[in-house]
Design a protein around this ligand. Structure first.
Ligand code: MN
Length: 212
């Protein structure tokens, strides 16, 4: 799917606003999706339109700040899209399975090791950010990363498979300052079918240089 500048839109949630109760409450989901995520879509469109205008005028004096705006709002938009689809109502939850479980057990030695590492990464974000399980196609391995704000700082080619939003807007109404409790509860509503799907797609990406 490709867009012209300024034509991104907010996707609907793949479930009802109250579907993730009791772990993520309806009011948080409404604010998070309708206000916060919409804000990143609007910010991305606005930044792209400014960049289009700069190109039209041949004036790139603000290129650094425009690229930073696009990275921030674009990261915000795309991370939230991955996040919503990573989650499922508790009644549909299935334990980790399939190829992603095999790969997790290979790369982290056990599922419990992975879970502890991901939880630590998500809990260690300073301020606002994300915890992520990513696939790094150059080395064909999984890694966890803590991301500040919305931009990834590690592995430019890393593809997010499972992400958790640890900005306060994601949990503060229900959990206040108890980020750890929110992260612990996240494991009850992970959609492992979706993570398998993301892993399958990520493996089809061919890194430009082999064996690195
Ligand atoms: Mn968010």
């Amino acid at each position: 799917m490709s867009h012209h500048a300024g034509e991104h839109s907010l996707p609907e949630l793949p479930y009802a606003y109250d579907a993730l109760e009791p772990y993520i409450d309806e009011q948080t989901m409404r604010l998070h999706h309708d206000k916060h995520h919409q804000g990143y879509v609007d910010g991305l469109n606005s930044a792209e339109e400014k960049l289009q205008k700069a190109r039209n005028e041949g004036n790139f004096d603000d290129i650094r700040s425009l690229e930073r705006l696009i990275a921030f709002h674009g990261g915000g938009h795309f991370n939230h899209c991955v996040f919503w689809n990573n989650l499922t109502p508790q009644e549909d939850y299935e334990d980790p399975h399939g190829d992603i479980l095999t790969k997790i057990e290979h790369d982290f030695e056990s599922y419990d090791n992975f879970k502890a590492q991901f939880t630590a990464a998500a809990s260690s974000v300073e301020g606002s950010g994300w915890g992520m399980l990513v696939y790094e196609p150059g080395g064909d391995h999984l890694q966890t990363i803590a991301v500040e704000n919305h931009q990834r700082e590690l592995f430019a080619s890393a593809i997010p498979l499972l992400v958790i939003d640890v900005w306060e807007h994601a949990y503060y109404l229900k959990y206040q300052n108890r980020r750890g409790e929110y992260v612990d509860n996240f494991w009850n509503i992970v959609d492992w079918e979706n993570v398998n799907h993301n892993f399958e797609k990520a493996q089809s990406y061919e890194f430009p240089v082999e064996g690195v």
